[in-house]
Design a binder for this molecule. Structure first.
Ligand SMILES: [Zn+2]
Length: 232
């Protein structure tokens, strides 16, 4: 088996592969991106800046939520707010499932629901929840994604404000400079949730700054690599 040396250049969000020094960008070379979240606002919080950048670069972004977030407000309003937020970020295709908020099942139906999007869109990459999260729906979405997207070659897991800080160990960072304002603008669309501590400006923008500071950038979003298959 050929020896492949892989090192990560966090500054440019690229992976440099050994002998040929070929530069491969995991996120930004992706043409079709599938973003998955448990509740309205999860995708915006976890990878809103990344999606904004991808949409600017002409990527086709599809967003899928498993629930409509009815445990934290009116489902109809929450769907409207998330739809508006994602439109701010440049996401044009948005889907909502009917799984029960706080009780997303680990079931064939749930796996099948997500897998349908994989079959329909053939995404180059999936962005989903980390399984290292204190919210059961977030963990479940991460686990479901592993099964549903078993044939997708690249899966990154984003963080939420409920992430387990001792367990979420990001190894991939995306420079979201130029998109932080848009991310904040998108999060403000969640008017019904504005009392939530984690949706405050200082929480969201400071996290971007903190993640950036870890890798020498002004601002970033952080991910765990759940799977990375490269064909050369
Ligand atoms: Zn959530």
């Amino acid at each position: 088996m050929a020896e492949i040396l892989v090192s990560q250049d966090y500054v440019s969000s690229t992976i440099v592969v050994g002998a040929h020094a070929e530069v491969i960008t995991m996120v930004f070379r992706s043409k079709i991106i599938l973003a998955v979240g448990a509740h309205p606002d999860d995708i915006e919080l976890g990878c809103g800046g990344t999606l904004c950048k991808l949409a600017k670069k002409g990527g086709k972004v599809v967003a899928v939520y498993l629930t409509k977030g009815e445990k934290s407000g009116d489902a109809r309003i929450r769907v409207q707010e998330s739809t508006k937020a994602l439109r701010v970020l440049g996401v044009k295709e948005i889907h909502f499932g009917n799984f029960p908020d706080t009780e997303i099942p680990h079931s064939f139906d749930a796996i099948n629901f997500l897998e349908e999007f994989s079959l329909r869109y053939s995404p180059d990459i999936v962005l989903t929840h980390t399984t290292n999260d204190t919210h059961q729906d977030h963990r479940q979405t991460g686990w479901l994604s592993i099964s549903a997207f078993r044939n997708v070659q690249k899966i990154l897991a984003y963080e939420t404000p409920r992430v387990m800080s001792a367990a979420f160990l990001p190894t991939y960072f995306v420079d979201i400079s130029g998109c932080v304002k848009k991310k904040w603008e998108a999060l403000q669309c969640h008017a019904s949730q504005k009392g939530k501590r984690y949706l405050a400006y200082h929480s969201t923008v400071s996290l971007s700054s903190f993640r950036g500071s870890q890798v020498g950038l002004a601002c970033a979003e952080a991910f765990e690599i759940m799977k990375f298959v490269e064909k050369i």
